[in-house]
Ligand binder design. Structure first.
Ligand SMILES: NC(=O)c1ccc[n+]([C@@H]2O[C@H](COP(=O)([O-])OP(=O)(O)OC[C@H]3O[C@@H](n4cnc5c(N)ncnc54)[C@H](OP(=O)(O)O)[C@@H]3O)[C@@H](O)[C@H]2O)c1
Length: 280
């Protein structure tokens, strides 16, 4: 049985591919840019750009299980092709933002919500992994920390129960290869709520150097974020962090509650990735 992993260059995709392959499953790594992919020897590679339906049929041929990154642009064509090719089950990397009150209109949430709805209306069995913020979002600070500059945040006390991408991969693998999670909707988080300040204190300990934190205005944060993010996403993200400043984040499903093994901590992620914050 072939399992296809879309978004194969992504962190969750990479973790799923290497573990499934090591466990002896037939894995096809599907990416918009297959030439830039690194996969274990023997794993299949396919070109699949989720917004280019002409790439779907060849990539999905013979697959029964699909790990899907959320991209609404081609979702109806993707579902049609998957059904025609005999795909049985889709495990979607969705987002906990779909639970927000404005999910229909919020640019971050509606992206995943449209894909969930299209899958729910299809004949495919779907498992929705509604992930909270990834621990690996901290890599966005790497360049600044590497240059020993302060991290500037409009909402340094925003709480997030960040999840280690490997925990998402573990849950996805269970859903792709077992029966216990198939067809369920899961809200995935890490096991502890941490403010940005607390994340940065943990990162400081991991790299052996204090990382200064500087609070800036929302307007200044808007200007900074707009340099590498579409404007309509910037307001949405800042409002999310503002709301998250009101108190601890809710803890959702974790590898502990779903798979019976401890959730990886942000401290663990920070130690594994400390090198990314010192090599600049
Ligand atoms: N980050 C979060 O906090 C968070 C929280 C909840 C849900 N999510 C969802 O999870 C998905 C992935 O999140 P992410 O963006 O943080 O993960 P990511 O691991 O950075 O990967 C995202 C995608 O970008 C492509 N990609 C990977 N490396 C790339 C590179 N070097 N250059 C260009 N493209 C690259 C990959 O697709 P190809 O291999 O096909 O190019 C991959 O699907 C998103 O769709 C998001 O909605 C994220």
């Amino acid at each position: 049985m072939t399992i296809i992993i879309t978004g194969a260059r992504g962190q969750v995709g990479q973790a799923i591919i290497s573990r499934l392959h090591s466990a002896g499953h037939t894995v096809r790594a599907a990416s918009a840019k297959p030439a830039e992919l690194t996969v274990p020897a023997g794993a299949e590679v396919a070109e699949l750009a989720l917004d280019r339906p002409e790439t779907f049929a060849a990539a999905l041929a013979g697959a029964r299980q699909v790990f899907l990154y959320p991209e609404p642009a081609g979702i109806h064509e993707l579902i049609k092709t998957a059904e025609a090719e005999g795909v049985e089950h889709v495990v979607l990397l969705s987002s906990s933002s779909v639970l927000g009150p404005d999910a229909e209109t919020d640019p971050l949430a509606s992206h995943s919500l449209k894909v969930e709805r299209a899958l729910a209306d299809s004949d495919l069995t779907s498992t929705f992994l509604r992930a909270g913020a990834f621990a690996s979002n901290a890599l966005g600070w790497a360049h600044v920390i590497g240059r020993s500059m302060p991290i500037q945040l409009a909402y340094p006390d925003a709480h997030l129960a960040v999840i280690h991408p490997d925990d998402i991969a573990d849950v996805a693998i269970e859903a792709l290869t077992g029966d216990s999670l198939s067809g369920r909707t899961l809200t995935l988080t890490g096991a502890e709520s941490l403010t940005f300040r607390e994340q940065l204190a943990i990162l400081s300990a991991a790299i052996g150097r204090t990382i200064p934190v500087e609070q800036i205005t929302r307007a200044e944060a808007e200007r900074q974020l707009a340099e590498y993010m579409p404007a309509h996403m910037v307001g949405s993200l800042l409002t999310f962090w503002e709301t998250a400043s009101h108190g601890p984040d809710a803890i959702g499903d974790t590898t502990e509650t779903l798979l019976g093994r401890p959730a990886r901590t942000f401290r663990q992620w920070a130690h594994e990735n400390a090198g990314a914050f010192t090599q600049h």
